[in-house]
Design a protein around this ligand. Structure first.
Ligand SMILES: NC(=O)c1ccc[n+]([C@@H]2O[C@H](COP(=O)([O-])OP(=O)(O)OC[C@H]3O[C@@H](n4cnc5c(N)ncnc54)[C@H](OP(=O)(O)O)[C@@H]3O)[C@@H](O)[C@H]2O)c1
Length: 248
């Protein structure tokens, strides 16, 4: 797009909203035209080229309604949305460009590609996914670890729910061939680390991603917003951004 991209942030006062505003101070691509902190704020929003929503499921509903009504592309990273809301989001793709990702790190998007490739090329190697996060995280394994496991199972043509093994304790018996094992560490202030171990006879591949700051998600979402503005309606993915950036 030529010139500044007029951007709206939904969830502007949250942790991610503040991370966006910090990055936008030095980002010449965007003009931050709307900071939306509650659903009512949309009533006074100016004309926008793209909206980024990192808020709550209710915040996403309001952002989606505004974007559909005004033909504005929507990038969304809000988690905890249910199947009905996911359906509404997907249906909006008939009218506007939409892009959803549960993890906006471009590094994780590339790691997912590498894992798909490795898992399908080495279908009989054992696969274990180990993740580490800060002590305050309440769920395990991380959503990203699960998404990596699903991508690997998919690349191998395996059913994820059947292959997944969560944690091990006591007399577990030998490893089941084809299993995808998960292990979680919780300690201190670790932002997020994921390693996929692919283990064959006498050799091993380790694919690791380490996040050092939450800004990586904001950076990835801004790359997605710059890419999505001006596109035709449709459902896009973070992998489209990776493909668009790749040097051919
Ligand atoms: N996809 C990714 O890569 C990624 C990465 C990080 C986080 N996330 C997700 O992004 C979301 C936000 O994360 P966060 O850490 O920034 O959470 P947060 O600090 O709790 O921020 C959420 C913000 O949304 C606001 N909000 C509530 N209702 C709203 C509405 N109707 N319209 C607009 N804003 C509304 C909240 O305001 P009040 O406090 O006034 O209610 C709050 O300021 C979460 O779902 C999180 O899981 C995704």
């Amino acid at each position: 797009m030529a010139g500044w991209i007029s951007l709206g942030i939904s969830g502007a006062n949250g942790r991610m909203g503040r991370a966006f505003q910090a990055l936008l101070r030095d980002d010449a691509r965007f003009e931050l035209a709307a900071k939306v902190a509650r659903s009512d704020d949309w009533r006074t929003a100016p004309k926008l080229d793209v909206v980024i929503d990192f808020s709550t499921p209710q915040g996403l509903d309001a952002a989606l309604a505004h974007c559909e009504a005004h033909g504005v592309p929507l990038v969304c990273g809000t988690t905890g949305i249910d199947a009905a809301q996911r359906k509404r989001f997907d249906a909006a793709a008939a009218k506007i460009p939409v892009l959803y990702a549960a993890n906006f790190s471009l590094g994780i998007a590339v790691l997912t590609r590498l894992l798909r490739e490795a898992a399908s090329a080495l279908p009989d190697w054992d696969l274990e996914i180990v993740e580490a996060h800060h002590a305050q995280k309440v769920d395990a394994p991380s959503g990203t670890a699960l998404a990596l496991g699903r991508a690997a199972a998919d690349a191998r043509g395996r059913d994820f729910d059947e292959a997944a093994r969560f944690g091990r304790h006591g007399h577990t018996g030998p490893r089941k061939p084809g299993a995808i094992g998960f292990a979680s560490l919780r300690a201190g202030d670790i932002v997020g680390e994921h390693t996929a171990f692919l283990v064959g006879d006498d050799e091993r591949i380790e694919l690791t991603h380490r996040a050092y700051d939450n800004a990586i998600f904001a950076r990835g979402a801004l790359a997605a917003a710059a890419w999505l503005a001006g596109r035709p309606p449709g459902r896009y993915t973070i992998d489209d951004i990776v493909a668009a950036r790749a040097v051919s």
